[in-house]
Design a protein around this ligand. Structure first.
Ligand code: ZN
Length: 251
């Protein structure tokens, strides 16, 4: 099976549409890693696109905040402003979709979470040490995460080496957008496909990946989308300037 990996869409419809156009015909299923809403001006449109994709997905911290499962006080002022607006416009059907998302799913060899297997809603896996600390917190071979808005691949020592008594650890492997799929390391991996709707790795292009679970290959891709279109919609709604500008910078 080839899975389209989508994370941190953040109510950015032009970015999500560009990814779906770029990936068309190249996947058999969709795995969503959380945060379809927050920051952006198109929460209902993005949820409806996800529902149309019949995806398997998990909840992120912004999804929970819209549902009131997290206190808005835990967000900065910019995020909180958009959170309150999102709560005011979300349709009952789309709210129901958010309510239906679990915090963790195991499917075949993969565990899907937003933050980390240890703390699915909040923890950021930004370093190899944090990836290593999470190895005991999922029972599948591999784990897919989002939340940091930066694509990342961690190669971790296998469980067989644990039985051999060797110290287990993860190391970060350079993950670049490339024209062709490439083989995954022959090890446990923790993979983050990056953010569709608000990349923060200095590249403003939408980020996603296609994972072939049979061939054990990964195709990480970046796609240009009309940033100005989503920025204009944000300005129209008086969203905070910082959130508008960061999209063009990928920060
Ligand atoms: Zn996010």
């Amino acid at each position: 099976m080839r899975y389209l990996l989508l994370s941190d869409i953040h109510a950015n419809r032009p970015a999500l549409e560009a990814v779906l156009h770029d990936a068309a015909g190249q996947y058999d299923g969709v795995w969503f890693l959380g945060d379809v809403v927050g920051y952006g001006p198109h929460p209902n449109e993005c949820i409806e696109l996800l529902i149309g994709l019949d995806c398997l997905g998990v909840a992120g911290n912004h999804d929970w905040a819209v549902l009131g499962r997290l206190n808005g006080e835990s967000f900065n002022a910019d995020a909180r402003q958009v959170l309150l607006w999102t709560r005011s416009v979300i349709t009952p059907t789309n709210q129901h979709f958010l309510e239906s998302l679990p915090t963790s799913i195991a499917s075949g060899d993969y565990t899907l979470v937003h933050g980390s297997p240890r703390y699915p809603i909040w923890e950021y896996i930004l370093h190899a040490a944090v990836a290593t600390a999470n190895l005991d917190h999922f029972t599948t071979a591999h784990c897919l995460v989002g939340h940091t808005h930066s694509p990342a691949l961690y190669e971790c020592s296998s469980s067989s080496s644990r039985s051999a008594g060797r110290r287990r650890h993860c190391r970060e492997v350079l993950l670049r957008a490339v024209p062709q799929p490439h083989s995954l390391p022959d090890a446990r991996v923790i993979l983050n496909p990056g953010s569709v709707g608000q990349p923060r790795d200095g590249n403003p292009q939408a980020s996603y990946a296609i994972l072939d679970t049979q061939a054990s290959t990964l195709h990480h891709r970046r796609v240009t989308y009309p940033v100005q279109e989503v920025q204009a919609a944000m300005l129209e709604l008086d969203f905070p300037a910082r959130l508008v500008h960061r999209l063009a910078l990928g920060m």
